[in-house]
Write a protein that binds this ligand. Structure first.
Ligand SMILES: Nc1ncnc2c1ncn2[C@@H]1O[C@H](COP(=O)(O)OP(=O)(O)OP(=O)(O)O)[C@@H](O)[C@H]1O
Length: 263
């Protein structure tokens, strides 16, 4: 084995920047997959990589050859296995670079009051609908999609494309309504779709009382740039899912704050 003389390394500013950017990317990836089954797959792949370097250093030729071949097709396997995570990562990068975000900064400094008023008017029907659904223990799942991906939602949804109103939300989730099963998707300031079948999260660390409704709410917040309100039919509790994580049993003041920020 060769030993390298560390003094021969010539660190420049760009090397430091390089390391910093790689560290940030790894941290963001870790955040995206934390608590999901992808984390276990990632650890499995890391173990295989380490094994490869060990057997290569020990000059165990047969094992090296096998692991080398495995790693050659690894990049394709990675894309297939981490399809959802790569999608979320690219959405995250795109969102941070988007004009929308710059506009938000502008509004933060110059147009906040007017904006807050407008937002309250926008979210009031949703808050009122949630209050009423909670009171009557009517199960509901309301998704707020920042970007309405037609392909993603339209395959499994009934198109509504209507103005957001308390009564419409209430009637969709009534147990006798043909659209009550599944989720409502709100985007572009409209109720875009109802009765949507969403991807379920495969997070294994969720509370045992979380059934399909909660898993679908968390799942859509993992796969898309979306957040979700989940109202439990069993307990009437309100939960809020964002980036694959869930806040349980939230009150209306907190819900208002969250919607103000995310919707
Ligand atoms: N993939 C899915 N996408 C959207 N909604 C779904 C999906 N799977 C189930 N649901 C909704 O969840 C309902 C079943 O909820 P379930 O009782 O399993 O969930 P839960 O998380 O325990 O919620 P609750 O506390 O309301 O019982 C279904 O009637 C349907 O409306």
């Amino acid at each position: 084995m060769q030993l390298h003389d560390l003094t021969s390394f010539n660190f420049t500013f760009f090397d430091v920047l390089d390391i910093l950017i790689v560290a940030i990317i790894i941290y963001q990836l870790y955040n995206l997959i934390r608590g999901t089954i992808a984390a276990n797959i990632f650890i499995g792949l890391a173990v295989i990589c380490v094994m490869y370097f060990v057997v290569h250093a020990l000059q165990m030729r047969l094992l090296t050859k096998i692991l080398e071949n495995f790693m050659n097709v690894g990049i394709i396997a990675l894309i297939v296995v981490f399809q959802q995570e790569i999608r979320r990562f690219l959405l995250l990068v795109g969102k941070n670079a988007s004009l929308q975000r710059n506009k938000a900064w502008w509004r933060y400094f110059f147009g906040k009051n007017q904006d807050e008023k407008n937002n309250l008017a926008r979210i009031k029907p949703i808050l009122d609908a949630c209050k009423s659904l909670k009171q009557t223990h009517t199960g509901a799942l309301i998704v707020f999609a920042k970007y309405y991906d037609e392909q993603f939602y339209q395959n499994s949804c009934e198109i509504v494309d209507a103005k957001i109103s308390k009564r419409l939300l209430e009637s969709i989730f009534q147990k006798t309504s043909p659209l009550h099963d599944g989720a409502v998707v709100i985007a572009e300031n409209k109720i875009k779709a109802a009765s949507c079948i969403l991807p379920l999260t495969d997070n294994t660390d969720l509370p045992p009382q979380f059934g399909l409704r909660h898993r679908a709410g968390i799942g859509v917040s993992e796969a898309n740039d979306a957040t979700a309100i989940i109202i439990s039919e069993e307990t009437g509790e309100l939960s809020y899912a964002k980036h694959g994580r869930v806040k349980m049993n939230i009150g209306f003041a907190e819900l208002e704050k969250l919607l103000n920020k995310d919707f």
